[in-house]
Design a protein around this ligand. Structure first.
Ligand code: SF4
Ligand code: SF4
Length: 406
């Protein structure tokens, strides 16, 4: 079940209650969602459509009747891209319905690897230790050795290892004052697996346009992974922690660099005290006219993450921001309306037969685009797409922008 907060006057804390989830039985079976669904594109059968999944969800959360193994399998193929939700005339809240169904299904039934991953993200000390170990593994050259020796493949860890974010850079400080004409102060939401290069680019750009940047060290994961993996209580706790930590700051906005985290922050039932902004949107809205970037010729292809395109609907800011680089042409990647299959990273590991072909289609479109780089604003998509391309071909738009500062 999803969650919301109400203020508890006695304790001053936010507390969790249940709230209304739109009825899965409201689906009119109109079929408008069918051709938006990435899994239907791969396997065009009725069972791989959103409306079939909604029937399964209806059985689980409304009728409370058993579903077959096949129905479950088709439900689990869903990448949670919410393209069906974006087009649905009945305004079915597919994302919430799916989370509610998954809570019924897989609470306490994760694989060992998934359980370890979820626990690591949930506990700050474990996450800090894991971050330190990954950074050491990457910096020491051990990663290169493991990759080239074939050890990872023999241990069947190659697919999971390939999805590790780049942690090799220095950890972020807690305060970055701007040395330019002062305009305000923002907080940076780093998420649980944020890419260091992207975060540093965000700090550099925000400082350059006159904003001090605070990076609260106690901040938590946004909760999206737990929410979508049937653990809303833990997601609720992470949301409450972030609410308290960011609410205590005196800032103009909370800036995120990963659109999937941003969507979760935007969908907290009790909004954060300071409005969350996508970094590209914030920079685009506050870019000083007199700040001219160095020219860079060439073409880059923009992959629009589903969280950005189907839910936040703020992808245009990426194009507008990149248009500030003289000489650069930013074009949309073909079939941007179709999910890349990352599904928050976990889908890429748990459903490789769905995630793999979806990623391959993106890479093929990139190959035909003549673009030199693939640009995306979500860490999950980035890590997934890097598996099929070389690491330096996939980049966050703000890294490109920071590289062109005079
Ligand atoms: S578009 Fe909406 S109402 Fe139509 S079949 Fe899909 S989920 Fe049902
Ligand atoms: S969320 Fe995406 S993958 Fe899942 S049913 Fe809807 S369109 Fe298909």
């Amino acid at each position: 079940m999803a969650f919301e907060f109400i203020d508890d006057a006695a304790s001053g804390d936010a507390v969790q209650t249940a709230f209304y989830i739109p009825d899965a039985a409201d689906c009119m079976r109109c079929g408008l969602c069918v051709n938006t669904c990435p899994t239907y594109k791969i396997n065009p059968i009725a069972a791989e459509t959103p409306r079939s999944r909604i029937r399964t969800i209806d059985k689980l959360i409304n009728q409370n009747v058993a579903v077959t193994g096949q129905e479950l399998e088709h439900l689990n193929h869903c990448t949670q891209c919410r393209a069906c939700e974006a087009i649905c005339p009945s305004r079915m809240a597919y994302g919430q319905l799916f989370d509610a169904a998954r809570e019924r299904l897989i609470s306490h039934k994760h694989t060992l690897a998934a359980t370890l991953g979820l626990k690591t993200i949930e506990h700050k000390a474990l996450l800090s230790a894991a971050t330190w170990i990954i950074a050491l593994y990457q910096k020491s050259g051990f990663q290169q050795l493991c990759r080239t020796s074939g050890l990872l493949r023999r241990l069947k860890l190659d697919k999971a290892e390939a999805l590790l974010p780049d942690m090799a850079g220095s950890p972020l400080a807690q305060i970055y004052p701007s040395s330019h004409s002062h305009r305000g102060c923002v907080a940076l939401f780093t998420g649980c697996i944020g890419d260091r290069k992207t975060q540093l680019a965000a700090v550099t750009l925000l400082n350059r346009i006159g904003y001090d940047v605070l990076v609260p060290k106690d901040q938590r994961c946004c909760g999206a992974i737990h929410q979508h993996q049937g653990q809303p209580e833990i997601a609720g706790q992470l949301a409450r922690d972030n609410h308290r930590i960011f609410g205590a700051l005196s800032v103009d906005a909370v800036i995120y660099t990963a659109s999937a985290c941003g969507l979760m922050l935007q969908e907290y039932a009790q909004p954060l005290a300071h409005r969350p902004y996508d970094i590209s949107e914030f920079l685009d809205r506050h870019w000083p006219d007199k700040l001219q970037l160095k020219p860079r010729t060439g073409v880059v292809a923009v992959h629009e993450p589903c969280s950005q395109r189907n839910s936040l609907k703020n992808q245009q800011h990426v194009y507008d921001l990149l248009a500030r680089i003289p000489g650069l042409s930013a074009i949309p990647l073909a079939e941007n309306s179709i999910c890349c299959g990352a599904g928050g990273g976990i889908h890429a590991l748990s459903q490789p037969e769905i995630a793999g072909p979806l990623r391959d289609a993106k890479i093929s479109h990139f190959g035909h685009s003549q673009a030199e780089l693939l640009v995306t604003s979500n860490i999950g998509c980035s890590l997934h797409l890097k598996v099929g391309l070389s690491q330096d071909k996939v980049i966050h738009p703000i890294e490109l922008l920071a590289g062109q500062l005079p």
